[in-house]
Design a binder for this molecule. Sequence first.
Ligand SMILES: [Zn+2]
Length: 249
Amino acid sequence: MKPNGISLNTHSNGHAHNGHSHNHDDLLTDELIDEQGDTHGSANLETPLRADAFDLDDSLKIDLIEEHFREIMTILGLDLSDDSLKGTPRRVAKMYVNETFKGLNPANKPSTTLFDNKYQYNQMLVERDITVQSYCEHHFVPIIGKAHVAYISSGKVIGLSKLNRIVQHFAKRPQVQERLTMQIADELKKALQTEDVAVIIDAAHLCVSTRGVNDTASSTLTAAYSGKFEDEATKQEFLKYVGMNKPTI
Ligand SMILES: [Zn+2]
């Protein structure tokens, strides 16, 4: 795994982005592509973005996505002159840029103001059951679940709702759950100026429940513990607060 430092992930795998070249993609068989969708092989903390990711402004992005989404629907054989369908390309484009993938843009990252921990509360603070609504980057369908985050103050605190907003920011991207978990933990460490943070995500992947293996009962758990949370007693205390300390079998 790469260190947590900022790394700009430019596409070095030769994928063409002009929409017409398929030279390198030909090397990936359909079977291999399906398998990669299941393996969650991304080991990078940073979301793979190109250096020119924000050269286009949001309104131009919406116009271009609208155009391309109309193309997808047309290829599927849908009649875009139908009243029910004709607004869909623009609706989807606006949803992608303004909502679903809003967290790609660092300009949308919530600002965090640190306050002095004037009550000298030096126990762990747990924010549990934070709604997670993300998007699987392998299938472009939702990941829906909950996050539990905790920290032990280093002398500073942030507003409680900022914890929710940090989770939401990184969720609003194409994601794999492992990376989402690490990105939230990393941001909490920076925002709170402490290594003592913990993050658990328990989420259902619609790519698992509504296609492929069609398993509607399973969920995926990921966790990141650092600093004092690597200590077994502290970790168990956190798990107790979020109701996950008992073995379920
Ligand atoms: Zn998926």
